[in-house]
Design a protein around this ligand. Structure first.
Ligand SMILES: C[S@@+](CC[C@H](N)C(=O)[O-])C[C@H]1O[C@@H](n2cnc3c(N)ncnc32)[C@H](O)[C@@H]1O
Length: 339
């Protein structure tokens, strides 16, 4: 049998999925490697992993739209997926960069089963790509990929990751959009900034995180990715969602993209704001939390005077980047950054 089996909806055994979910929920994840077989990873990859892949799709789409995907100088990019699990994040990133522009994909997880599984799947998907198992293979990667690991890391592992983050040329990091994890990631973002990195997203500025100011503790920097079209009508995904206790319409995530670029980001005109979470639509107005270099502010956008912007906000599936004209907390005009 292959060391990286592929499970399909037809061959998925639901009890394995239930066991994995129970492990994630009861905090067992923080007690050490929990993958028991390549089969566990295959089940994860089809379900939880694929759902994480949708978040990566949203993040990578934004980078592509803003022409900010890491580019290779000479010799191709060395990519490291740290805490890789089944390796879904690393594969999404390699596909977005173009496998021909990647010189090596390194995979690391404290579970050797995971590292081996992820390597097998990557070799299957990118037959010509150099795939290596082990973080040492890329101690100063061009592109460091981190996905959904933060709440599993003991202090020593966090220090290990901190050192790696400090050495990477590009950091692409996606986490669940929960209050706890997103606020922790805001702290890591401050560390990156203090270390001289340029923050590319979600922040539209290089100032201190506005949500870390006193009084903003109830908020957290999270965003929503659009699930693939038709997923709500797919009986397999519907069954998965019911069983896993997940709302398929809602894909909250937190993320930080940073690099060592020294120049101002040409993709963001000064004054651009990012909306946090989702705007709320009421009949006469929309209300939203907007973040820019000045900080975070709750804004109201009146529907009667700005019907087009109101509609755009309602339809925008992300990224929620806008430039506002406003008087105090009321928007009087503005435009989306991207069509
Ligand atoms: C929820 S899974 C996420 C896997 C994958 N990154 C993804 O996004 O699908 C968390 C992964 O982090 C790994 N992990 C936890 N602690 C780790 C550590 N100290 N060093 C390396 N990997 C770790 C686990 O083994 C697991 O594969």
């Amino acid at each position: 049998m292959s060391s990286s089996p592929i499970v399909t909806w037809e061959t998925l055994d639901w009890p394995t999925l239930d066991r994995l979910r129970a492990g994630f929920l009861d905090g067992g994840a923080a007690r050490g490697p929990y993958w028991k077989s390549p089969h566990d990873l295959a089940v994860y990859d089809l379900t939880y992993g694929e759902r994480i892949g949708w978040k990566w799709d949203a993040v990578l789409r934004e980078l592509r739209l803003r022409s900010l995907l890491p580019s290779a100088s000479t010799g191709g990019l060395q990519v490291l997926d740290w805490g890789c699990g089944s390796g879904i994040a690393g594969r999404r990133v390699v596909a977005a960069l173009g496998a021909d522009r990647v010189s090596q994909l390194a995979l690391w997880d404290h579970s050797p089963l995971a590292t081996a599984y992820a390597a097998g799947r990557a070799r299957l998907e990118f037959p010509g790509l150099a795939v290596v198992a082990g973080a040492g293979a890329a101690s100063a990667p061009d592109v460091l990929v981190v996905s959904h690991v933060l709440n599993e890391l003991a202090p020593a592992a966090q220090e290990e990751l901190r050192a790696l983050v400090g050495r990477a040329r590009h950091v692409l990091w996606v986490e669940p959009g929960t209050h706890e994890v997103a606020r922790a990631l805001q702290g890591w973002r401050e560390g990156l900034r203090a270390g001289g990195a340029r923050i590319v997203a979600p922040c539209t500025h290089q100032e201190a995180c506005g949500l870390l100011r006193a009084g903003e503790e109830r908020h957290w920097c999270h965003h929503f990715a659009p699930p693939p079209t038709g997923v709500h009508a797919d009986r397999n995904w519907v069954r998965f969602a019911q069983r896993a206790g997940i709302d398929l319409r809602s894909l909250p995530y937190a993320y930080v993209i940073a690099d060592r670029g020294a120049v101002a980001d040409p993709s963001l005109p000064a004054g651009t704001a990012r909306l946090i979470g989702r705007p709320e639509h009421f009949k006469p107005y929309a209300r939203m939390l907007s973040c820019d270099a000045e900080g975070v502010v709750e804004l109201t956008l009146p529907r009667r005077t700005l019907p087009e912007l109101y509609k755009h906000l309602e339809r925008n599936r992300g990224p929620l980047l806008y430039r506002w004209e406003r008087s105090d907390a009321t928007v009087s005009g503005g435009a989306p950054l991207l069509p």
